[in-house]
Ligand binder design. Structure first.
Ligand code: MN
Length: 149
């Protein structure tokens, strides 16, 4: 298992490699909006753990293990983003999924995946659910923010 931070690097490297033939350290620094030293540090750790190979001209190539885990991380993130959109959460979907992905267990993510699949196969259920959300909003039901004034 990787730390949340290393997972995010590997996730982004895999995502980038799906859309670009060459992945460089500078590309990843730009995608994640972090400094080059932080990326270099993470890349070194990922290469020590055999997730990727550091080639000349600062090019990164994922190993079989790195691609397998990278694909898993990208899929996991997509499921959580789909979930937040499907339940119509008024959050920053990308940021929230980025945080949730490291803390939810695989059984929970699979349960969410089942729910999403069910709702996709039964669009009427999703419509009724969204209607119910509107009803609750109109009635002012739901968790009250204890920190709000
Ligand atoms: Mn993340």
């Amino acid at each position: 298992m990787l730390s949340p931070s290393l997972e995010d690097y590997l996730e982004e490297i895999y995502r980038f490699s799906q859309n670009n033939s060459i992945v460089r350290v500078s590309d990843i620094a730009a995608c994640l909006n972090v400094t080059l030293p932080s990326v270099n540090n993470a890349i070194r750790k990922l290469s020590e753990k055999h997730y990727l190979i550091y080639k000349k001209y600062r090019e990164l190539v994922l190993t079989e293990k790195g691609s397998k885990v990278g694909r898993f991380l990208v899929d996991r993130n997509r499921i959580l983003q789909d979930f937040l959109k499907t339940v119509n959460s008024q959050c920053d979907v990308r940021a929230e999924a980025e945080a949730m992905e490291h803390y939810l267990s695989l059984p929970t993510i699979r349960a969410i995946e089942n729910l999403l699949d069910f709702l996709e196969l039964n669009p009427k259920c999703r419509e009724e659910f969204l209607q119910h959300c509107r009803y609750r909003k109109e009635k002012g039901l739901g968790l009250k923010d204890g920190y709000a004034d």
